[in-house]
Design a protein. Structure first.
Length: 150
């Protein structure tokens, strides 16, 4: 029945579902993009989005819902922040080309890099020495998040 008549969910529910769809660990960005596009078309069929807004919504969701340590997603986020939203086919082509390029690198086994959080040693700089509480010193320290290649 769903194939013939569509889902029983309304456009608002489908849009909520779309906005809460995230890339799974180990899933290629191209596979995630296909899932997002299928859901986006369901929203469109129910009248929840205009045809002209689909490209913008798609790129926003891919940027928002992709894994933070996926190198392809990082490139997509940086590239399309300043450019107009690409069509589905343009975005899919770019993503697949980037995935292939990453996999061609020597030693690469997948497109997502592992992330590791490393502490950074902090020093206090002041004109005159004064006592500093432990909590204030802790607040001055930062954690550096580094993306390490797989």
């Amino acid at each position: 029945l769903e194939t013939a008549f569509g889902t029983t969910e309304n456009a608002t529910d489908l849009m909520f579902k779309l906005r809460n769809t995230f890339q799974l660990e180990g899933e290629k960005l191209s596979a995630y993009l296909l899932r997002v596009d299928k859901m986006l078309h369901s929203v469109f069929q129910k009248g929840g989005i205009r045809l002209g807004d689909m490209d913008i919504t798609r790129i926003e969701q891919v940027a928002r819902g992709s894994l933070p340590h996926d190198l392809v997603a990082l490139r997509v986020r940086m590239t399309y922040r300043l450019k107009p939203a690409p069509t589905f086919t343009e975005l899919l082509r770019d993503v697949r080309e980037e995935e292939d390029m990453i996999l061609e690198r020597p030693g690469a086994t997948h497109a997502a890099a592992s992330s590791m959080v490393l502490p950074v040693e902090c020093t206090t700089v002041s004109a005159a020495p004064r006592p500093v509480s432990a909590s204030a010193e802790k607040d001055r320290c930062h954690v550096l998040r580094m993306l390490l290649p797989a």
